[in-house]
Design a protein around this ligand. Structure first.
Ligand code: DAH
Length: 369
């Protein structure tokens, strides 16, 4: 029954018009139109009040109150075609119904928005969490940590020293005497005549030997500074890891063993090392350590510039004068030291072609590690 009445009621102006023109009783057209309009308006009101979503409500508003094709609009557009005596009555009916429907839409809209706000908690705890972008370790940091880990296995502990350093530790204690070319003002970032940015981590050797007694096994990673012209392979700031071992009867063979273990840790079990004679004021004898090129197995490639070897560190047996400066008796103790170039090692490990990338803070570069 209820359904029948529902279905019976016109939902469009077209239907109202059709029914009114189909009215058979004499003068039945106008009353039929009036009834039709009332029925349409009632139905619209019911539907609007029953709308259960804002989207559904908008659809109803468009259907009944739409400015161009809405049903009320259709009726109003027809008014001029009606006999003049009923125009104002039916026009008034349409306008009243329009206002009523508009008010009903506003009210329903308010209710629906309020209940939606109440129903939706402001935090949806069922949503998966949004992961914050994670940073990653700088490639230099990675290399330093890997180096430190390798030496930690051999009992070397991590020590740091100041980057702003005195000539005493940067030169005097390392047997680099006054007048040595390394002390030229042009070779250093001088802060005053006696203070500079350290040019090497070897400074930490002196500090450690001065303040501790052997046996000593330390590494000292850190930044060093030299006024070099910056290009793809040079920078005014770079990184070294200093190593020092002092005990009784430490020999050159120990140095070779330790560096060999380190090279295999960092570059794989096939890695070989070789030592070439060299000179440093603070070691005697001194050597340059190379590691076999892991990219071509020593056959020669662009990474090793065809030589099959890659230069890795300076090293040697601690010079007796360095021991004496620090108050360690060179007749009782011996030791070796080495200085690894961290930037070079990192560039080779990760195939980085330009040292400047390390300090440019470009996330596109850094996010790769
Ligand atoms: N300090 C040297 C440099 O910066 C590297 C070095 C060479 C360190 C030999 C050492 C060493 O400890 O024994 O060029």
């Amino acid at each position: 029954m209820a359904d029948e009445t529902q279905n019976d009621r016109p939902r469009t102006w077209e239907e109202v018009l059709k029914r009114s023109s189909a009215a058979t009783a004499p003068d039945g057209a106008i009353p039929a139109m009036r009834d039709g309009l009332r029925a349409l308006s009632d139905l619209a009101l019911e539907e609007i009040r029953a709308a259960d979503t804002l989207a559904g409500l908008k659809e109803l508003r468009d259907h009944y109150l739409g400015r161009k094709r809405g049903q009320i609009k259709g009726g109003l557009a027809y008014i001029p075609k009606l006999p003049s005596e009923v125009r104002s009555e039916l026009g008034g009916l349409l306008n009243a119904s329009k206002r009523q429907l508009e008010a009903a839409v506003r009210e329903r809209e308010k209710d629906l928005s309020a209940s939606r706000a109440a129903a939706a908690p402001s935090i949806d705890i069922t949503l998966p969490g949004r992961a914050p972008p994670l940073g990653s370790l700088h490639p230099i940091t990675r290399t330093i940590r890997d180096i430190a880990q390798s030496f930690a296995r051999l009992g070397f502990s991590w020590v740091s020293g100041p980057e702003v350093e005195s000539a005493k530790y940067n030169f005097d204690g390392l047997n680099i005497s006054e007048g040595h070319p390394a002390r030229d003002r042009e070779e250093n970032f001088m802060i005053s005549s006696e203070v500079l940015l350290r040019t090497q981590t070897s400074t930490v050797q002196v500090r450690v030997m001065e303040s501790r007694r052997p046996p000593l096994r330390i590494i000292a990673p850190g930044r060093v500074y030299r006024p070099d012209t910056v290009d793809a392979t040079h920078h005014f700031m770079f990184h070294q890891v200093e190593g020092l071992m002092v005990d009784r009867d430490v020999t050159f063979r120990d140095l070779k063993t330790v560096l060999g273990i380190f090279a295999r840790d960092l570059f794989g079990p096939e890695a070989l090392i070789r030592l070439r004679p060299s000179f440093f004021p603070f070691t005697e004898p001194s050597a340059e350590m190379d590691v076999s090129c892991a990219f071509c197995d020593g056959k020669g490639c662009s990474v090793c510039k065809g030589t099959g070897w890659i230069e890795m560190a300076g090293c040697g047996m601690v010079d007796p004068s360095v021991f004496e400066f620090a108050g360690i008796d060179p007749d009782e103790h011996s030791g070796f030291a080495f200085g690894l170039g961290v930037d070079r090692i990192t560039m080779i490990r990760y195939q980085i072609k330009d040292i400047r990338l390390f300090t440019e803070n470009d996330v596109r570069f850094l996010a790769q590690f």
